[in-house]
Design a protein around this ligand. Sequence first.
Ligand SMILES: Nc1nc2c(ncn2[C@@H]2O[C@H](COP(=O)(O)OP(=O)(O)OP(=O)(O)O)[C@@H](O)[C@H]2O)c(=O)[nH]1
Ligand SMILES: [Mg+2]
Length: 289
Amino acid sequence: MNIQWYPGHMTKTRRQIEADLKLVDVVVEIIDARVPVSSRNPDIDTICAGKPRLIVLNRADQADPAQNKAWAVHFRSQGHSVLETDAKTGRGINQFSAIIQGVLKDQIAKWREKGQVGRPVRAMVVGVPNVGKSTFINKVAKKKSAKASDRPGVTRGKQWVHVDQSLDLLDTPGILWPKFEDETTGMNLAFTGAVKDEIMDIETLGCHFMALLGDRYPQALMEGYKLTEVPAREEGENDAAWGYRLLQSCAARRGMRISGGEVDTERMARVLLDEYRGSKLGRFTLEVP
Ligand SMILES: Nc1nc2c(ncn2[C@@H]2O[C@H](COP(=O)(O)OP(=O)(O)OP(=O)(O)O)[C@@H](O)[C@H]2O)c(=O)[nH]1
Ligand SMILES: [Mg+2]
């Protein structure tokens, strides 16, 4: 499954981010705790090189708690400051201000020397689509300033949000990059909702996600769809084929049928992805450090 999504508005946003970088003191890179590698945009790394940066491991509530810890340790070992958050409920958000002050410690000391006491920190919030940038900003600001919704591509232009006298945040539209390194990156971004569903074949995506769950989280699959067992992968059977059989089993258990009595695998694929994205199947981290 070769997934690519890089519409014109993302090219435009990329240029905007490059231009606005000189207006900010720090970059807040929000990544998805479920896919901490795939949700790191290499373009953002290139553009923002040289700017102080904070990595926010958002959607921590949807990822495996032990893996969240491991990923935080991993990024810190690379010299990054890391904050773990659940922007939906606000968990972790109250540590944001202190961490930012820490990241900019030297800068703030310099401002003080120059007599610029009380200069507000300006931070640009960047990340892949749908990772929770606007929700994060709203939680930090304690008001619904930025539009947020559970699909990718909601924020369409940049927006400054004034938090208080010490902090201003710049919300930006989510961006991807022109060519994903491999199939897995594209699929991880698709599973988690960073890629628009309309550009993909959802049934095929569902097959691949079923195979991933069958391999790594069979227990969750059995519990979520009340299976007595997960049909075993046959010798040489690929993800698409095995995943399709798993979709059939789950659709049968849920009584999803099309006229004529056949199981409705396409509907099952949508339900699977909806339930996963809606945290109904459990907390899974799809990439390990
Ligand atoms: N469970 C969970 N849901 C979250 C979290 N953060 C954001 N969401 C939800 O994810 C959806 C997307 O959030 P947005 O804030 O619109 O994401 P965005 O990164 O601004 O998206 P774009 O503007 O489209 O790039 C919303 O329905 C949020 O409620 C989180 O930490 N945990
Ligand atoms: Mg947004």
